[in-house]
Design a protein around this ligand. Structure first.
Ligand code: VG1
Ligand code: CO
Length: 544
């Protein structure tokens, strides 16, 4: 194997965000761009000679080309084995599981998640460490630092690898194995959930379901698990063929983007259960006939019912949620007397808590839930969790949700996103909010009195690391909250996210529409941040 050193010049914009480096495909196609970033990662890691690297992505445009480039760089850098999903495909949770199961050194996951794909759209790359989870901030900071001064990368001259046929081949000291992307993951799901019960519930017609794979990675996973293993009719999985451009849509599982599913679920021929996942398979949207379950509620309901699921029958050690996620799960944790941790946005902050067993379940308001079975959020896992719940409780999704609210109260919740805001305007909004923080506590706005106003700073209770500036919080004396933060996954301008919640303990008032119930807080959020005033916009681009 002849190793070549290729001279390169650094790019200054390779700072990973909430979940890896995400840019337009055209940016990644610049000479040496992908190569630099991959070499910067390898330069920052130690002692991986002869070890295993997992490689796969969500199948979007540039996935295959990127994998061929990475194979050669990994070979030149001395890895001993590459495990690559057939066709270059691996969902994010499956990649996490494969890293763990085969005790790999780490993995590279190619995805821009829910962002659109295609030659003019987005691409992304993320490094996951040996526990199967996203690299912690100290690592991503090191990758970025290295990328700013890199002047050469290592590669080898070799023919492209056939990604479509299963099996191993040897290139010098490197073994390259093409693996089935689904089977290890399907086996894991079988070990967590009650498959015989699910099969019986589905084949008897007690549960009817519709799963929208949004032409993204979960198509093959959903077909194998829901159709082949659990006996759902083939037409229960729609948009199951992964496409490089996701059929021209955003593979983003919310009511706006998964509208095909939403229409069916709110029609008079809705099945019992409907769900969707995103580009890389780590997000989930849960619906039932005539009902949408907010991700924050979904997390709380999962926590409250975990003991009905075989893998969690012994109970939960603790739970965690990202800071902007509603406090619904906190109420469950308090009633079960287990700890509840509040972490910054992004799955990497759950890793330590899961590793040391402080938590079993965790989730985010952004359609992400997961557990200690892997170190990523997991879309199909959440789907199976809900199916298992419905089968065990023999109740509709709506009944499960309403009963939960009656017992714990409802945290009425919404998120408003203002996308592609000019960066200077977005930064000015944050500065403006920051400047108000010291004067807000004690101020009264209608029925809301500010209890605290701060910028979230997280101290990891396992390794003591500190992450500052993780979003601006305004909390009120009645438990309501408004949170503002800038997205770390976008590729155009800045996205301002506004998260709003209010607790409603009175069951006669729990069935209100969230936008109506939160109208006063939504207005107050505008008063505080002035996003409409400063951008001239009339409303958010996306509401979830
Ligand atoms: C968003 C979500 C965050 C999630 C992240 C990655 O980040 O808010 O909760 O962990 O996406 O999800 P941000 O910084 O844009 O708010 V995924 O499915 O893109 O890997
Ligand atoms: Co995703």
């Amino acid at each position: 194997m002849h190793i070549e050193m290729i001279t390169t010049h650094p790019y200054q914009d390779q700072n990973p965000g909430t979940s890896g480096l995400r840019k337009k495909v055209k940016v990644f196609q610049q000479p040496g761009y992908l190569e630099n970033f991959v070499q910067s990662i390898f330069d920052s890691l130690e002692d991986f000679t002869g070890k295993t690297l997992v490689l796969g992505g969500d199948g979007r445009y540039f996935n295959r080309a990127a994998i061929q480039i990475i194979i050669k760089i990994a070979a030149a850098n001395g890895f001993g084995e590459l495990l690559i999903g057939q066709g270059g495909l691996l969902s994010t949770p499956a990649a996490s599981h494969i890293i763990r199961k085969y005790q790999a050194f780490g993995g590279l996951i190619l995805s821009a998640s829910h962002n659109p794909g295609g030659s003019e759209e987005d691409f992304g790359i993320k490094y996951n460490v040996g526990n199967g989870g996203p690299a912690p901030e100290k690592d991503t900071a090191a990758f970025y630092q290295r990328s700013q001064s890199i002047n050469a990368y290592k590669t080898i001259a070799m023919a492209d690898v056939d990604l479509d046929n299963l099996g191993s081949q040897q290139i010098g000291d490197l073994t390259i194995t093409i693996i089935d992307p689904v089977s290890d993951y399907a086996e894991l799901m079988q070990s967590i959930f009650d498959f015989p019960l699910l099969k019986q519930s589905i084949s008897s017609g007690y549960i009817t379901l519709l799963f929208d794979a949004m032409h993204a990675i979960t198509g093959p996973y959903a077909r194998r698990i829901l159709v082949d293993m659990l006996g759902a009719p083939a037409e229960s999985v729609i948009n199951a063929e992964p496409l490089e451009d996701f059929g021209g849509h955003h593979p983003d599982p919310n009511l706006a983007h998964a509208h095909e599913l939403a229409e069916v679920m709110f029609s008079d021929h809705a099945p019992t259960f409907g769900a969707a996942s995103d580009g890389d398979g780590d997000r989930n949207m849960i619906t039932g006939s005539q009902i949408f379950v907010t991700p924050s509620d979904s997390l709380a309901i999962m926590a409250a019912n975990a003991q009905l699921i075989p893998a969690y029958s012994a109970g939960l050690s603790g739970v965690a949620r990202s800071m902007p996620t509603s406090q619904a799960v906190d109420r469950v944790a308090a009633s079960y007397n287990i700890p509840c941790y509040e972490t910054p946005t992004g799955w990497k902050f759950f890793g330590n808590l899961l590793d040391v067993g402080k938590i079993t379940l965790c989730g985010e308001e952004s359609f992400g839930t997961g557990s200690n079975h892997v170190r990523e959020k997991d879309g199909l896992w959440a789907v199976l969790f809900w199916l298992n719940l419905i089968a065990r409780r023999r109740q509709s999704v709506a009944d499960i949700v309403h009963e939960h609210w009656q017992k714990f109260g409802r945290d009425i919740y919404c998120r408003h996103d203002y996308e592609a805001v000019e960066t200077p305007i977005a930064n000015a909004i944050v500065e403006h909010l920051r400047a108000q923080l010291p004067t807000l506590p004690g101020q009264v706005f209608g029925e809301y009195t500010v209890k605290f106003a701060d910028e979230f700073c997280y101290k990891d209770s396992v390794d003591g690391s500190i992450s500052r500036n993780q979003g601006i919080r305004v909390g009120f004396t009645n438990g309501s909250r408004i949170v503002f933060r800038l997205s770390g996954t976008g590729t155009v301008g800045a996205t301002l996210r506004i998260y709003i919640e209010r607790f409603e303990p009175d069951s006669s008032r729990q069935n209100q529409d969230a936008q109506v119930a939160l109208a006063e807080l939504i207005e107050l959020a505008e008063q505080l941040c002035e996003v409409k005033k400063r951008t001239g916009r009339v409303g958010p681009d996306v509401m979830t």
